[in-house]
Design a protein around this ligand. Structure first.
Ligand SMILES: Cc1ncc(COP(=O)(O)O)c(C=O)c1O
Length: 438
């Protein structure tokens, strides 16, 4: 094949405006702790932990070492009808971090795969307990559950759904919980919105509980702009699901591993679902890996209740991959040894004050925070939604700060090793640059 003379041409980049990027590329060459180094040699403070995933900071020596060592000992071992000890060790460590009774772990390679796995397990469970008519899956508007066909179907992002959302039928959606009129500039969890969970009763009345297998929500929606759960909302969702025999899945791909100041959002917010999906921080993003934690009741119904043979016809070649398992164990060690979940909780007050100091800055119409996450919502430019935040993104990157924008919302989720000085730098820079954006 004769290729054009352009080193950037072949890589079709994900979730990227390819033409614009390739006309003005931003390349990263290395990373250490709180910083990336750009290809032109600049230090860039990581305000997003990569993509909500490098919770212990970049290129941490114990994780690098664990991967290196395992690569020389066990490059790959199948986990279909065979296994190696590292996958069991990580599963046991992970189960110990989960809320009771979610102590059975299925490994995947990404958040999207974790979501599709969780949906399948919910369907398998309903069938195993003799409720096979329960096939409907309920998501939520503005939910992001990755890009598998299951995930986009229960997801609530129109651009992700409109071209591909027709394969999985039998889904419905709860309303999202974002209400600027009632909750703008709330510190922590908003007061208003618990009643939005009651919409599940409407959906049950419409379709019949006997057709509904599962509800999936992000306990805190990250990707569509940091939507913090209103006080009482998740509790109510839990209660309605329990009453109607519906499996409740928390998608914790972003919120697990310290982001909100504890091992899981379930623990921090005090609501236990039946299934938790994870990825990202599980390995500090050093090797791709996801996981699904399942309650003992669901696991046993599927695994103990069936005939002899394979109980769940599902799995990935790389489920429990040795390098990922080694990175996962080393990451959990690091989180524990450095107390990073507690550190996030301890810093969250300082973080909250810093984030809310942006009130009154140009264009800011809302500020929200939970754990070490912030959403800074800007007034969109008339007729040009998203352009204002994108301009801020470029200005931040050019001056040495990586932020993430979704529409006109800036999302911040730095590594949990950050110091107060990093918070001051991040928020100070954003405040200064907001004044330069029109
Ligand atoms: C809540 C949630 N679920 C699923 C995913 C998909 O994860 P991945 O990109 O690893 O497939 C994401 C990614 O950001 C996410 O935030």
């Amino acid at each position: 094949m004769k290729l054009e003379n352009d080193p950037l041409a072949a890589f079709w980049m994900p979730f990227t405006a390819n033409r614009a990027f390739k006309a003005a590329p931003r390349l990263l060459s290395s990373a250490k702790d709180m910083h990336y180094t750009s290809s032109d040699g600049r230090q860039v403070l990581d305000g997003t932990a990569g993509l909500w995933c490098v919770n212990a900071g970049h290129c941490r020596a114990p994780i690098v070492e664990a991967i290196r060592k395992t690569a020389g000992e066990m490059d790959f071992g199948p986990t279909f009808q065979l296994a190696h000890p590292l996958a069991f060790e990580l599963a046991t460590r992970l189960a110990a971090l989960m809320p009771e009774p979610l102590d059975r772990i299925f490994f995947t390679n990404s958040g999207s795969e974790s979501v599709d796995t969780a949906l399948k397990i919910a369907l398998a469970y309903q069938r195993a307990r003799g409720e096979g008519t329960r096939t409907r899956l309920i998501g939520r508007e503005r939910g992001y559950h990755g890009v598998g066909f299951g995930g986009i179907s229960v997801g609530g992002i129109v651009n992700n759904r409109r071209q591909f959302g027709t394969l999985l039928t039998g889904v419905d959606h709860l309303p999202h919980t974002h209400d600027l009129a009632a909750n703008a500039f709330t510190k922590g969890r908003p007061q208003h919105g618990a009643h939005l969970a009651d919409d599940l009763e409407r959906i049950v009345a419409l379709h019949g509980a006997e057709t509904i297998a599962a509800v999936i929500v992000e306990p805190m929606a990250g990707s569509t702009g940091v939507l913090i759960p209103p006080l009482g909302y998740l509790e109510r969702l839990r209660e309605i699901c329990t009453r109607h025999g519906i499996v409740l899945i928390f998608d914790e791909v972003i919120t697990a591993f310290g982001r909100l100041g504890g091992a899981t959002a379930a623990e921090v917010l005090g609501v236990t679902p039946d299934i938790i999906t994870m990825a990202k921080g599980l390995t500090n993003a050093a090797v791709p890996m996801g996981a699904v934690a399942v309650s003992r009741v669901i696991h046993d119904a599927v695994v103990e209740g069936g005939p002899d043979g394979i109980e769940l016809f599902h799995g990935y070649t790389y489920s429990g991959h040795p390098l990922a398992a080694a990175a996962g164990i080393a990451s959990l060690d690091l989180y524990r040894d450095e107390g990073l979940f507690e550190r996030a909780a301890d810093l969250s007050g300082y973080w909250q004050d810093a984030v809310h100091s942006l009130k009154g800055k140009p264009h800011v119409i809302d500020l929200r925070n939970l754990g070490i996450v912030a959403g800074i919502e800007l007034e969109p430019r008339a007729g040009a939604a998203g352009k204002r935040a994108m301009e801020l993104f470029h200005k931040c990157f050019d001056t040495g700060l990586l932020i993430r924008v979704t529409g006109d919302i800036v999302a911040l989720s730095p590594p949990l090793i950050l110091e107060k000085a990093h918070i001051d730098e991040m928020i100070g820079r954003i405040g200064d640059l907001l004044a330069t954006v029109d």
